[in-house]
Design a protein. Structure first.
Lengths: 309, 285
């Protein structure tokens, strides 16, 4: 089974529980990761699932079985249905699509040699390594209602002032902006690596046929980059669904829970409203939603791979 | 497009931009670069500028010209902040070491073997990669309390190792896939054990990839917020949580907050300037 021809692994096992030498080696390689995964991810999820069916408040853990009550509550909660779910999905769609478009443009810009290339790359890489918490603080300060530089610029342009963090859509826009700022560099790096590994011949053929730049982009670059772009979208969409830090620091879910996303909702239910069971139920509902979405995206990715092959 | 251009398509080197002015494309390119730099560097630049302003000058930061470093001194007087910096440093370093040690073997397994066990593990890490952190960190709040490791180094370190298992196993598989397995077979034929073939032949060739990943892993752990928020209390403050508390508690002292944030950003700045190639290499999917 080893890809390379190895020495024969001895006699077949005599009993079903006697593992041969190769299987033992495989399991030993796997053991540390698997143990940690079981103890710190699988076990907590099982405990959380168990708790979500019980009456479990942080200040009064009765632990009596209440069945699907919490799930029914969340799935009929107007806050979850009209604010949390749309916010989460909108953030996901906006952040991924804007990040992807900007990342593609930047990757094209970077895919040539010019003076100061390294400096530009340093600056582009910076947001990737700054903590989301710090990035959110910066944005909060820049968009401070009274003293922020954005307010000063808008005043200078005579546009009047916006109370950025006291309305739903302006604060949501800042969250999206922060997420795009944080993640565009990631798209850029991955797409740039993709661009650099493309074959040269189709471009030469296009140059001979005098194809315009836009044509070359839509008819050659995009089809060849399909699989890279699909992988980017899947990974980013999954990660974006669990966004917590940015929203927590910028708005804390406010004003009046209007910018809550799914992770914030679960945290708030568990630790602010002290209803641990409801929080875990929300977390599990979220996991199921992203599981289904991830599965769909994964299927899409596979199809893209086949088309582009 | 004019009739002439249609007749001689080869002559259409560039369009609109060069028609505007000679070298229009070049100017446009430079403008794009400038816009990018402004977009990505400005928030960081602004934060550094704010951190150097005296307390009374912060609110008119775009006007005055007085600068000071006293904010940094003042922040470093605060015991909690210093403690948080030390904690974050220790946790990030230990978590990097252990998560790389743990995932290098499982990545090797995924790369070199096929069959039921490998497929099952691959499916598992794909599933657990998609599950949001909050789903298992919320119950972990209780689990760590039951095990008596809540608000200790261990209680924070182990989840930080666990969170990287799925993604890093996958990346490690990629590193080992890029290494020709024939050397290992040769070692096996020469009488090396499987462990020997892994540790002495495969591992040294994967070092560049692992080094790149370790830089990123360190930064990601340093930057992590959600785990620290849920799994720690007063005994082991982490720098991200301390800063987030600043935002809500000292909501007006932006000079001090900026100074803390700039110090917390230090490792990121250093890596961005000196370790670019590691980051670019480590990010390859």
């Amino acid at each position: 089974m080893m890809r390379s021809p190895g020495p024969p692994s001895g006699n077949p096992p005599k009993r079903w529980y006697v593992l041969n030498e190769k299987t033992r080696f495989m399991l030993l390689l796997l053991a540390p990761s698997a143990t940690l995964l079981v103890l710190f991810q699988i076990l907590p999820i099982i405990i959380g699932a168990n708790a979500s069916f019980r009456d479990w408040k942080l200040y009064d853990p009765q632990r009596t079985w209440v069945g699907l009550e919490h799930y029914a509550y969340i799935l009929t909660d107007p806050i979850f249905l009209t604010l949390v779910l749309p916010n989460t999905l909108l953030l996901m769609v906006l952040s991924v699509s804007i990040g992807l478009c900007l990342g593609l443009a930047l990757a094209h810009l970077m895919n040539r040699h010019f003076f100061g290339h390294t400096v530009v790359q340093t600056i582009i890489l910076l947001p990737l390594m700054v903590a989301p918490v710090i990035a959110s603080m910066m944005m909060r300060w820049i968009f401070n209602d009274q003293f922020g530089v954005a307010a000063a610029v808008m005043e200078g342009l005579g546009l009047g002032s916006i109370a950025w963090l006291s309305d739903r859509w302006p604060s949501f826009a800042i969250i999206v902006l922060t997420d795009v700022w944080l993640w565009t560099p990631w798209f850029t790096i991955i797409l740039l690596a993709g661009l650099r590994s493309l074959p040269k011949e189709p471009y030469e053929a296009a140059a001979i046929d005098a194809a315009g730049r836009w044509r070359v982009f839509t008819h050659i670059t995009l089809p060849m980059m399909r699989s890279v772009i699909a992988v980017c979208i899947v990974i980013r969409a999954i990660d974006c669904f669990r966004t917590f830090d940015q929203v927590w620091v910028i708005t804390g879910g406010g004003p009046a829970r209007q910018t809550e996303v799914f992770s914030i909702y679960a945290y708030t239910e568990a630790f602010v409203f002290m209803n641990f069971a409801r929080g875990t139920a929300a977390a599990i509902i979220g996991a199921i939603i992203i599981g289904a979405l991830g599965w769909g995206l994964y299927r899409m990715l596979n199809r893209f791979m086949e088309v582009s092959r | 497009m004019t009739a002439a251009a249609r007749e001689y398509p080869m002559g259409r080197r560039s369009g609109f931009l060069d028609a505007l002015a000679p070298g229009g494309r070049r100017v446009f390119f430079l403008l794009c670069i400038a816009a990018v730099l402004l977009l990505f560097a400005f928030p960081v630049f602004w934060l550094i500028l704010t951190s150097l302003r005296p307390a009374w000058g912060v609110y008119y930061v775009h006007r005055g010209l007085e600068f000071t470093v006293s904010n940094y001194y003042q922040v470093l007087q605060d015991e909690v902040v210093v403690h948080a910096f030390i904690n974050s440093f220790i946790i990030a370093t230990l978590a990097t070491f252990f998560s790389l040690t743990v995932t290098v073997t499982s990545g090797y397994m995924l790369s070199r073997f096929t069959g039921k066990i490998a497929n099952a593990w691959f499916g598992t890490i794909y599933i657990f990669r998609t599950i949001p952190y909050i789903t298992w960190v919320l119950p972990l709040y209780f689990v760590t309390q039951w095990w008596g490791i809540f608000d200790t180094y261990l209680g924070l370190l182990l989840p930080h190792i666990a969170v990287h298992i799925c993604f890093f196993s996958w990346l490690m598989k990629g590193f080992f896939d890029g290494i020709d397995p024939s050397m290992e077979s040769a070692a096996l034929i020469d009488g090396c054990t499987r462990w020997g073939a892994f540790l002495r032949v495969a591992l040294p060739s994967a070092i560049p990839g692992i080094a790149a990943l370790s830089v990123l892993c360190w930064l990601w752990t340093w930057n992590e917020f959600l785990f620290a928020l849920i799994l720690t209390s007063h005994n082991t403050p982490m720098i991200t949580v301390v800063m987030a508390q600043f935002v809500s508690e000292l909501g007006t002292e932006w000079n001090l907050m900026s100074a803390t944030a700039v110090m917390a950003m230090g490792p990121a700045l250093i890596v961005a300037i000196f370790g670019q190639k590691y980051v670019v290499r480590g990010l390859r999917v």
